[in-house]
Design a protein around this ligand. Structure first.
Ligand SMILES: [Zn+2]
Length: 138
């Protein structure tokens, strides 16, 4: 048994690894719930709607476009949740490798405040802005 060591105080109130893991797992659970929900509701319902379209003659066209719009919306939400899920997995991976909280682009540490808000963040705020500007341009 080693005596209680007076650990060096972090300069900023950075989150502990256990806190990071908990935060990441919470994010993953949230995202999984969204994916599951969309799978259960939208996609299952859509299959029915597609077969219904063929068999049901008195289907109103308005209903079909509503379904299409709703489905697109659901798929968008699902895509966002899925990409967050893979970001969380990557973050957990990096945590194991000891590179968690380091910007993937510029290699600088990511602001702890930012990590608290978005524990799965892979870029520092500056690089994230560049990325987003890039995405918008496409
Ligand atoms: Zn960066």
């Amino acid at each position: 048994m080693s005596p209680k060591k007076s650990a060096t105080k972090p300069r900023r109130r950075a989150t502990t690894e256990a806190e990071q893991t908990a935060a990441l797992e919470r994010r993953a659970a949230e995202a999984k719930e969204i994916v599951d929900f969309v799978d259960r509701t939208s996609l299952a319902g859509d299959e029915e709607a597609v077969t219904g379209e063929i068999t049901t003659v008195d289907q109103h066209p308005a209903d079909t476009s509503d379904i299409t719009f709703q489905r697109e919306l659901d798929l968008t939400v699902r895509t966002i949740a899925e990409s967050r899920l893979s970001q969380v997995e990557e973050a957990l991976e990096r945590q194991r490798a000891g590179t968690y909280g380091i910007c993937e682009n510029c290699g600088r540490p990511i602001d702890p405040e930012r990590l608290r808000a978005r524990p799965e963040a892979t870029f520092c705020i500056d690089c994230q802005r560049d990325q987003e500007a890039d995405t918008v341009r496409h």
